[in-house]
Design a protein around this ligand. Structure first.
Ligand code: CP
Length: 443
């Protein structure tokens, strides 16, 4: 039997596949009631461990419009997970005959990756903690495609809580890969996480420079604004002072709410949160910008601009149905999605032995350790830098060992380049190395 195709990260789709999904979504949007034989007899299970309106209901609407059925667990606290059943077991049960596709939202980062390891049917990540929300990104990209006719070269402002917003993280990876320019105007203290910036810099050649955002009016705090561009690194290199790359004309402003549910460890909270209002939209550079928001909204977009033709956030939510119809039908093999190119794919390996080196307490490798083999992706070989394959955080270690030679090295040792990735062991200190009977390399 062929292994199922999952959507765990936005990286799992190539640019060509996303464009094919747009074409299908256009057909579904034009005549949503004409495809009710597409997935007849098939069932989607919604397993939601966190609240949702749009993601769950648009997936269920999509499945029903395709002629399939849905099993809804809108509040997994009423499921046997409340009795201590693991996510891995829940997935094995639901995927083992109850449903043909699983749509999963979970508070642990990397939960969908774990689910995909255990599921015999496709798993779709409907949001995993503060990590990723790839189908929201698919919806957001589709909206840019419909509104602007292209994504490459667009100027997109990301505003609000860029630290904890999973929709923003997936969106940044996709925008960088598509060749859009990103202007980050974060709520102070809630900038894009370093692991996200590092990744777009190293994998997509994105150059982060300080942005001069005076033309954005009251929307931006100049001191924190960053311009991420995959378009012009060669042009930027012609400038000797890149500290003020001026933002001229914006195609889209993407606002996000404060993610208060993830704030537990952030001292000081949000303070006065940024807000888009009528006066903000008078800024020169926003004359032709569409205003987007993954929703739910709190107070960060004033209702006074709801009727402004540039405000598309409700249309954006509505377009979640046709694009999710396209995704469901393709993952269930009912329509063609083209050939995966693997352009965003990151190879991962199990950590050979020792403690879990992931520092993130919200990672599924920490919240469900019995079912998770710690896995990593390699960000660079010299010095050796690795990220958790579940939550994408940079792993923390002082030494790196080889499970076959039983020698350990400093992360910047050139000797690490000769060790095969599946033999790498991440060691927090010399004591842990000795406890595992490793000795220093070169002795
Ligand atoms: N945008 C989004 O994920 O909304 P919900 O939380 O309502 O699903």
């Amino acid at each position: 039997m062929q292994a199922p195709r999952h959507l765990v990260s936005i990286d799992d789709l190539s640019i060509g596949e996303v464009q094919t999904l747009f074409e299908h979504a256009d057909r579904f949007a034009a005549a949503p009631r004409e495809f009710s034989d597409t997935c007849r007899g098939m069932i989607a299970a919604s397993l939601f461990f966190e609240p949702s309106t749009r993601t769950r209901l648009s997936f269920e609407s999509a499945m029903l419009r395709l002629g399939g059925g849905v099993l809804t667990a809108a509040d997994m606290r009423s499921s046997s997970s409340a009795k201590g059943e693991s996510l891995a077991d829940t997935i094995r049960v639901v995927g083992g005959g109850y449903a043909d596709v699983i749509v999963l939202r979970h508070s642990s980062e990397g939960a969908a990756r774990l689910a995909a390891q255990y599921s015999p049917v496709p798993v779709i990540n409907a949001g995993d903690g503060a990590h990723e929300h790839p189908t929201q990104t698919l919806c957001d990209l589709y909206n840019l495609h419909v509104e602007r006719g292209k994504i490459e070269g667009l100027e997109v402002v990301l505003a609000g809580d860029l630290k904890y917003s999973r929709t923003v993280h997936s969106f940044v990876y996709a925008l960088a890969r598509f060749g859009a320019n990103i202007i980050c105007t974060p709520q102070p203290g809630f900038e894009l996480p370093e692991y996200v910036v590092q990744r777009v810099r190293e994998e997509f050649g994105v150059a982060p420079v300080r942005a001069d955002v005076r033309r954005l009016g009251d929307l931006a705090n100049e001191s924190d604004a960053v311009y991420l561009t995959p378009q012009k690194p060669h042009q930027l290199s012609l400038f000797t002072d890149l500290s003020d790359w001026e933002v001229q004309s914006v195609d889209a402003v993407y606002m996000t709410r404060p993610q208060t549910e993830r704030l537990e460890n952030q001292e000081g909270g949000y303070g006065q949160y940024m807000r888009i209002q009528k006066s903000s939209m008078a800024a020169d550079s926003l004359r032709d910008a569409v205003v987007m928001h993954p929703l739910p909204r709190r107070d960060e977009i004033s209702e006074e601009i709801d009727n402004d033709p540039r405000s598309i956030y409700f249309k954006q939510a509505a377009r979640g149905v046709p694009i999710r119809m396209a995704l469901l039908a393709s993952l269930m093999g009912k329509i063609d999605m083209g050939t995966p190119s693997g352009e965003g794919h990151r190879e991962s390996w199990p950590v050979a032995e020792g403690e879990n080196p992931c520092p993130n307490p919200a990672c599924i490798s920490r919240t469900e350790p019995r079912h998770v083999t710690p896995m990593f992706t390699l960000q660079s070989r010299t010095p050796l830098r690795a990220h958790c394959a579940y939550c994408s955080r940079e792993l923390i270690y002082s030494y790196v060992g080889c499970s076959t030679s039983k020698h350990y090295h400093k992360p910047d040792s050139s000797g690490l380049g000769r060790i095969s990735a599946d033999h790498l062991v991440f060691l927090p200190d010399e004591g842990s190395a000795e406890a595992l009977q490793y000795s220093p390399a070169g002795r």
